[in-house]
Write a protein that binds this ligand. Sequence first.
Ligand code: MRU
Length: 355
Amino acid sequence: MVAVAWVGGKVRFIDQTKLPVEEQYLETEDWRVIAAAIRSLQIRGAPAIGVAAAFGLCLALNDHHDAIPGSLRTSWKEAAAGLAASRPTAVNLFAALSRMTSALGDDFTADASCLRERALREAMSIQQEDVDACTRIGELGAALLPPDAVVLTHCNAGILATAGSGTALSIITTAARRGLIRNVYVDETRPLFQGARLTAWELARAGVPHTLITDNTAGSVFRTRKVNAVIVGADRIAANGDAANKIGTYPLAVLARYHDIPLYIAAPTTTIDTSIPDGGGIPIEERNPREVTHPAGVRVAPEGVKVFAPAFDVTPHELIHAIVTERGILHPPFAAAIAALRLPSPASPPGSSRP
Ligand code: MRU
C-alpha cells in the first residue's frame, strides 16, 4: 500500500478520512482535487503532502491551451499557489513546490510534453528520496531502542504519512522486525483520531503488538508502566531544533521529561526549515471548530460553543532527546547539528506567500 502514487498519468491516493472502515482509493487528473484532498486530510502527513503537491504540479501542465501564449506558465503558477494555500505548517509542501519550480528553471517555452516529462522526473525523485529517507530513518532509529522495548507514539507518522515506510513508524516497524518491540502505546490523537484510525491500522497490518490509549492516558502509562521511548514525527523543525508536530506532542514531551523517558523526533531533512530560527516562527494551522465539536460527525458540545482548534503544537528543543534524520541522528545542541547539515532554505513557490 502506498499513500500517494502516479499511475498512468493520474494521481492515485488512499482516502485517509475513510480509514479504517473503508480502504478506498481515488484517482484524479486535476491538481485542484489534490489541493482539496490535502486540505481535508484525505492526503496527510508532512512528507506525503510534499509528494502529492509535486504530482499535483505535474497535473497542472494538462491545463494549458495551445492557442493561448504563456498558458503553461499561468497554469503552473495557479496550481503552485493553490497547492501552497492548502495547509500552512508542513514545510515539505513548500520545499516540494519550490523544488519542482526550480527543476523547470522558469522555462515554459519548451513544449508541454517535454515540460511534463521534466516535471514528472522531478516529482518521482522527490518521491524516491522520501522512500529512501524513511528506510534510513527506520534503520538508524531502531538502533536507539533496547531489546523488549515499549514505546509510545502520537498521531500517524507511518506509510500513510510518507512515500515510504514512515518516519516514527519506520523506526518502530524496523525495530519490530528485529524482534525488539514488546508493545507500542498508540495515542488516539484528538480531534481527528489519526492514532486510533491510522496508526493502529498500520501496526495491525504490520503485525506489531500495540495498545490504543486516549491522549490523556499517557501520563498514567508513563507513571505505572515501563516505557522506553516516545517516538513521533514532525511537520516543521526550526533551525534550533524546535519541532512542530500534531497537537498534543508538546504535553507528551513535558510528561516524558518528567518521567525521564527520551523523546525522539523522526523526520527527513526536508522537514527542517533553516529559514525559521525557532519554533515561534512556525505557522500553526487552525482547523474548523466542527472537528472538535463533532468528532466522527457526532455533536458532543453545545451549539455555538467557542473553540480553539490548533492542528499542531511546538515542542521546544530542550525537551527533545534526539532527531532521527536520514542523514544521521542529531543530538543537542541542535542548532549546531542542523547548521552542519548545510541544508538549502526552501524558496517560495511562484505566486504563493509561503508561510
Ligand atoms: O494533521 P496531520 O494528520 O497531517 O498531522 C500529521 C502529523 O502531525 C505527523 O506526525 C507529521 O506530519 C509527520 S508524518 C511523517
